[in-house]
Ligand binder design. Structure first.
Ligand SMILES: [Fe+2]
Length: 224
């Protein structure tokens, strides 16, 4: 069985599971980023996102499900971005930056073809929007950004900061939490940051380590 089958999206893409859903999912280019989005990043992201939403006070199943699937699928469009650009070590040209940024629109378009997934599609499109309106692709601002996208944005940056990258050492959880606090009101929704800050550092540590061990996050997620 493919290694990625340990993540929930990996299960969908695994050939055995794919046969059950009428054929394998086409894989356009297996880049490093593609492997990454199928891997632990999305598992952790989904769990962080639900934890943030719960700390915010979200209880209804529909919103939690939207957040969960938006977290799992937020970067699915990166599978369609050129590997040479995704893995480029130096600064990107303007054209390359636009190409990378198109992943949110592409991901959203892929999901929009599924009936009943319109809200998740909108959230995926908006996961790089900023609270102050300086994000992309639509320069949405404040409450104009779908709520699940605002939650996922915090979880995405938090996970990116606390993970190993070729060009930097990971931040500690307290350092990453400080970074999120510093971007309240500019990048992030202040109320969502407030909810995020209400979660003790030890809980983030625990979630991270549990997410890295889970075989099937979907089964465990709502306990967080
Ligand atoms: Fe993204």
């Amino acid at each position: 069985m493919h290694k990625s089958a340990t993540s929930i999206l990996g299960m969908f893409l695994d050939s055995e599971v794919a046969t059950l859903i009428n054929g394998p999912v086409p894989v356009p280019n297996k880049t490093e980023a593609y492997e990454e989005f199928m891997g632990r990043h999305i598992d952790r992201m989904a769990m962080y996102s639900i934890k943030i939403a719960r700390a915010y006070g979200v209880e209804d199943a529909r919103t939690l499900n939207d957040i969960f699937f938006a977290a799992l699928l937020h970067d699915i469009g990166k599978a369609y971005i050129r590997a040479s650009v995704l893995n480029k070590p130096g600064e990107l040209t303007l054209e390359e930056r636009h190409h990378v940024e198109s992943h949110s629109v592409i991901g959203s378009a892929i999901i929009s073809s599924m009936k009943g997934w319109e809200r998740i599609s909108r959230a995926v499109r908006a996961h790089h929007e900023w609270w102050d309106g300086s994000g992309y692709p639509d320069e949405l601002a404040g409450a104009g950004i779908p709520f699940p996208a605002r939650v996922v944005a915090v979880a995405d940056v938090f996970d990116a900061l606390t993970c190993e990258r070729p060009y930097r050492t990971p931040l500690s959880i307290p350092e990453a939490v400080d970074h999120i606090r510093g971007e309240s009101g500019s990048h992030f929704d202040p109320k969502i940051v407030e909810a995020f800050l209400s979660v003790p550092h030890a809980k983030w540590e625990e979630i991270r380590s549990r997410a890295n061990q889970l075989q099937s996050p979907l089964l465990h997620l709502y306990n967080w």
